[in-house]
Write a protein that binds this ligand. Structure first.
Ligand code: AMP
Ligand code: ZN
Length: 479
């Protein structure tokens, strides 16, 4: 097996991955801020960390992985106050939607799924440690972090601190590099907004202290891997490093992995630009969860992903092809024995699959290894050359692929129903139905009944009934 190499934002280089404790990985992922429904840009990052997690597990590592839910921050406090709700009451709907979405996208549950509001005491203690070490100062009821006291400030995001005035402060959690200043660890309460009474006074935590406190509580003072989207490198992760390392004197996280953005028409998908799709938007248009997962996973995480419906349709077709191939293997009756060279061909694909993912999770290359093998094996089957003796090895390879990509199981219809889509709502567009019927007819003509049945079942699952007309054509109607 190839050595795993990962790009570390801290060093700016691809490095061999060696965890502190052999066989174990301590990993932290910044979870969603549950002030609204997450969009597919957010899920690009969550699918990336899932691929990483699954690949490490495939390679035999035991994971201790934490993902938090940021259920208190500037936006949540403001929205909850406007809605006249307690913050837990306000966020509950979005927390539930996030869990549902993760299940729908086959994002594995981490070992610890935790909420910021359950850890206010840990945050207060960490701020007290920073106070004792004089990294803090008070200002109008808030507590600020003095970045001038931490000479390594900027080492992750490589910002230039020369123009920054000592003592200048920023109160927002999110700000641009140009506004790098002393940031708030603890925020004074504002009238009508939620706050906690604590040993450091009334108020609420800043966003950055939340992740430092929670990560170290569950994973110890030094983590192996910390992940998030690229926009979190500054200020969030830079500030996490400043807080954690000032308190402990130890390296906070050894490898920092950042996923590039998902773009629509050249711009970052974001709530504020209004150019976003939620999962539910896409499912309502008839796309499948598995296709979206594959679409999000197939571009390597350090490349921007330009989201298009064409790309999503391609992923849909790919899933179809892969599942048909898996069915063909399961149902096919092949001549006994082994095809010459096929065992070596499968071994080569498996090696290439592993080598590509070891190469900083090059998902595009690893998928190419799978598609190439599927193409070769399909050709061999069409020619009657594929043998029964090669089935198990091929299935084994597909199973390995699916431990990481998790798209083979044909469970999209159930997932959509669990999300509350009726089959008609999750309905296919007319042109998709026509295309599937044409595929169904073609499969029947080729006497490929496995594929024909799969298509008929898929259509039925999505509420489409086929009727054979007298003239031999096929008509359809929605249930
Ligand atoms: P938030 O809920 O805003 O804290 O974001 C949750 C995660 O989604 C973070 O890791 C962000 O970096 C990431 N994220 C936000 N927008 C995008 C995008 N357009 N593409 C990829 N990741 C994103
Ligand atoms: Zn975080």
């Amino acid at each position: 097996m190839a050595e795993i190499q990962l790009h570390n934002t801290l060093s700016g280089r691809v490095e061999p991955f060696v965890p502190q404790k052999p066989g174990e990985v301590r990993m932290y992922t910044c979870g969603p801020t549950v002030y609204d429904y997450a969009h597919i840009g957010n899920y690009r990052t969550f699918v990336f960390q899932d691929i990483l997690r699954r690949f490490l597990r495939l390679r035999g590592y035991k994971l201790n992985h934490v993902m938090n839910l940021t259920d208190v921050d500037d936006r949540i406090i403001a929205n909850a106050a406007t809605a006249g709700k307690k913050i837990r009451e306000y966020t509950e709907k979005f927390v539930q939607a996030f869990f549902d979405d993760c299940k729908t996208l086959s994002i594995e549950a981490p070992e610890h799924w935790i909420r910021a509001t359950d850890h206010i005491g840990d945050m207060v203690q960490l701020i007290q440690r920073l106070q004792e070490k004089t990294f803090t100062y008070p200002g109008e009821g808030s507590i600020y972090y003095r970045i001038a006291k931490f000479p390594a400030y900027g080492k992750l995001s490589k910002i230039d601190l020369t123009g920054i005035q000592a003592g200048a402060r920023v109160d927002n959690d999110r700000y641009e590099k140009e506004s790098a200043r002393d940031f708030a660890l603890w925020k004074a309460p504002k009238p009508g907004e939620h706050f906690w009474e604590t040993a450091i006074g009334p108020g609420r935590p800043g966003w950055h202290i939340e992740c430092s406190a929670m990560a170290m509580k569950y994973l110890g003072e030094t983590l192996d891997i910390h992940t998030g989207g690229v926009d979190l490198a500054f200020p969030h992760h830079e500030n996490e490093i400043a807080q954690s390392e000032a308190a402990t004197g130890k390296t906070f996280a050894r490898y920092w992995l950042h996923a590039e953005h998902l773009l629509v028409e050249g711009e970052k998908m974001s709530k504020s630009l209004g150019n976003f799709f939620t999962l539910r938007d896409l499912f309502a248009k008839g796309y499948k969860p598995s296709a979206l997962r594959l679409c999000l996973a197939s571009t390597p995480y350090r490349r921007q992903l330009n989201f298009t419906f064409n790309g999503l349709q391609q992923a849909t077709n790919t899933i179809e092809r892969l599942r048909n191939f898996a069915d063909r293997l399961k149902q096919g009756k092949f001549p006994a024995g082994e095809q010459e060279g096929m065992a070596a061909r499968i071994a080569r694909a498996a090696e290439e699959f592993d080598a590509s993912l070891s190469d900083d999770l090059n998902t595009a290359r690893s998928l190419a290894a799978v598609f190439d093998l599927v193409r070769d094996a399909n050709i061999a089957m069409d020619k009657g050359e594929f043998r029964q003796g090669d089935v198990a090895e091929t299935q084994q390879f597909l199973a390995t692929f699916d431990k990481v990509f998790a798209v083979l199981e044909d469970n999209d219809a159930q997932k959509l129903q669990t999300l509350g889509f009726t089959s008609a709502q999750a309905g296919l567009r007319n042109e998709d139905i026509e295309k599937l019927i044409a595929d169904h007819t073609a499969a029947k003509k080729k006497r490929d009944f496995a594929t024909a049945d799969r298509i008929r079942k898929e259509l039925a699952d999505r509420g489409i009934i086929l009727e054979d007309a007298k003239d031999g054509s096929v008509r359809w109607k929605r249930k």
